[in-house]
Design a protein around this ligand. Structure first.
Ligand code: DQQ
Length: 596
């Protein structure tokens, strides 16, 4: 059924942009001139304000430079965007408590630099039959020459997942804080064969060469995870395409899909609609608690995505992060010509402790993401703006780490630090043999934790460690000779991260696709009180963990380098920066610098 538009189309026909112009202008005018004041003047979020909790001063697990709301539960991201000189972060939020809630809303924060943030009023809250039971995830699309449109999943009065649309109430506002829901919502309802609880999380839309917009919705149907494709000429009336853009029997239900081009020969990003020989396409899906991705080719003529390699349901499948990282989204930062990835990093603590501390969930540090030169995987690296928070630096070059050595990196605030260490391995040929075929790196790291001696490794960092090392999180490498070259194993071992028992201490692991004969074995870790984000091989493998030391907090935390292998390794360089605290405040502190 075609939605009846409550406004006249712009004079002089054609095409899409005029229809869209009419949508924006018309929607605001109709709503305002019709005097639907509740809709026009409020977004209903005034009824969903949090009961402000005074969090205990100096909580040991609050972060200093990772984004988190002042209190309560945060989960998966809604697509971030850059608009009129300001970065916008929308996220899933329970305004009423520290656990996932029956009523979820879109919270909204803004930033000039992706580091310091201002919390604005909530953007979308359940008010209408089509979203009365929650406003779940979705994405923003910036319509060229027009402005942002949000597509989001509403949980309707029948508890069905439906897709809805919203636009800024005031398009001239450089910080669109109030969002107006489209009166004809929902614009998509679960199609035949798709259950009402398996139809969610619209992506940013892209414009195809035939002039139509496309968007995908995460789903599960006929035992297949899938990206259901919808197409539209006017961004208002959407038609389901006969086949999904991609589907597979080797995954669960797809949450928060993401689909975007990556350049084959540069680290630059590209707008979601970009096509051409110089680009591959990434398809990402969140399922089974992890964010998996494929690299492949998008054939817009056939409306098909053709991955270079399919999912396998094994540990060989590519993941953004091999630790705790879920429901992520990317966006194209047109200002700096890069694509940025953010993920939700959930707690590993007990429900009782989450409730007591009054909050749950963080955003990862924003990561610049691009296609590796090999074309086989993505690479991620903390955005350069992190330098703004760098405080005192310590560093050294060429230090030999004999077997059994342990030494402290002194002079930094070890509970909030950015550290990068590069290792050299003399006598590489001495490495033990490992046939990696069919080996799950996480199991390998679990079976041989940091206390188990090898030849080359374990060596690496002990983060958030007590002086006597009773508590520590070990992020380390083991190097093996493989069938063809070398095998680099990277582990994050949480088993001794805290003396507390009730915490999930799962160990994580990944193989890092580097050749130590030619490439550096490097490890960078962003350590921030209860989160450690680690980047191995200059961002080829990432592992994020949540840890809750009992003793190694604030000034009692230490950063230590260790080598528990029988062979010595050399640190070719180490640099560590104490991190300053990011400013994350409420909106009265925002000094608008947005451009019009
Ligand atoms: N969380 C949202 C859903 C999404 C899931 C609800 C991802 O839209 O599928 O808060 O964590």
């Amino acid at each position: 059924m075609n939605h009846k538009m409550p406004w006249n189309l712009a004079q002089g026909t054609g095409p899409i942009m005029e229809i869209l112009a009419a949508f924006f202008v018309g929607l605001c005018c109709v709503l305002l001139s019709n005097g639907i004041e509740v809709e026009a003047l409020h977004n209903g979020c005034q009824n969903f304000q949090s009961h402000t909790v005074m969090l205990q001063e100096k909580q040991p697990y609050r972060t200093s430079f990772h984004f988190q709301p002042p209190e309560n539960w945060l989960n998966g991201m809604n697509r971030p965007m850059w608009y009129k000189g300001v970065y916008h972060l929308f996220y899933q939020y329970n305004p009423y408590g520290a656990l996932f809630g029956d009523i979820m809303i879109w919270a909204h924060s803004v930033s000039h630099d992706l580091i310091n943030w201002i919390h604005l009023n909530h953007a979308l809250c359940p008010t209408e039959p089509y979203d009365i039971n929650s406003c779940w995830s979705g994405s923003a699309t910036i319509l060229p020459g027009k402005g942002p449109v949000i597509l989001y999943t509403g949980i309707d009065s029948n508890h069905r997942q439906v897709q809805n649309m919203a636009v800024p109430k005031n398009l001239s506002d450089p910080l669109p804080e109030e969002w107006t829901k489209f009166p004809q919502n929902p614009i998509m309802t679960p199609p035949d064969g798709v259950e009402g609880n398996n139809f969610r999380d619209p992506t940013t839309a892209w414009l195809s060469p035939d002039g139509k917009w496309s968007v995908i919705i995460g789903s599960w149907s006929n035992n297949q995870g899938m990206a259901i494709l919808y197409r539209s000429e006017d961004f208002v009336n959407w038609t389901k395409y006969q086949d999904p853009l991609y589907s597979t029997e080797r995954t669960g239900m797809w949450e928060c899909p993401d689909f975007y081009p990556v350049s084959v020969n540069s680290t630059n990003g590209a707008d979601t609609s970009v096509l051409g020989a110089g680009f591959k396409h990434v398809m990402k899906a969140s399922f089974n608690s992890h964010d998996y991705y494929l690299i492949g080719t998008y054939a817009p003529g056939m409306q098909k995505y053709i991955p270079d390699n399919d999912f396998t349901s094994t540990s060989k499948d590519l993941r953004y992060d091999y630790g705790k990282f879920y429901a992520s989204k990317t966006f194209f930062d047109i200002d700096k010509n890069r694509r940025i990835l953010w993920g939700w990093v959930n707690e590993s603590d007990s429900i009782e402790d989450d409730t007591d501390k009054g909050w749950s969930g963080l955003q990862s540090f924003p990561r610049h993401i691009w296609l590796d030169r090999s074309g086989k995987q993505l690479v991620q690296w903390p955005i350069e703006e992190i330098n703004k928070l760098h405080g005192k630096k310590v560093g050294f070059l060429h230090k030999k780490l004999d077997s059994g050595s342990v030494f402290e990196v002194q002079g930094i605030t070890a509970s909030q630090v950015d550290v990068e260490v590069v290792f050299e391995l003399p006598e590489l040929q001495e490495a033990e043999f490992l046939n990696p075929t069919g080996v799950d790196p996480q199991l390998l790291c679990t079976d041989a934790n940091a206390s188990v001696k090898g030849k080359f490794g374990p060596f690496g960092l002990l983060a958030l460690a007590t002086k006597d090392l009773t508590e520590h999180t070990a992020i380390f490498f083991r190097i093996f000779k493989g069938l063809k070259g070398y095998v680099i194993l990277m582990c994050s071992d949480q088993s001794r991260s805290t003396l507390r028992d009730e915490v999930d201490k799962t160990t994580y692991g990944a193989f890092v696709d580097i050749d130590p004969r030619r490439e550096k074995i490097s490890l960078r870790s962003l350590i921030d009180h209860s989160i450690i984000e680690s980047f191995g091989g200059e961002g080829k493998a990432c592992i994020t963990s949540r840890v809750y030391p009992k003793l190694a907090v604030h000034e009692e935390a230490h950063l230590v380098i260790f080598n528990n292998g029988t062979l010595s390794v050399t640190i070719s360089s180490l640099n560590a920066w104490s991190m300053n605290k990011a400013q994350i405040k409420h909106k009265e502190n925002f000094i608008g610098k947005a451009s019009h």
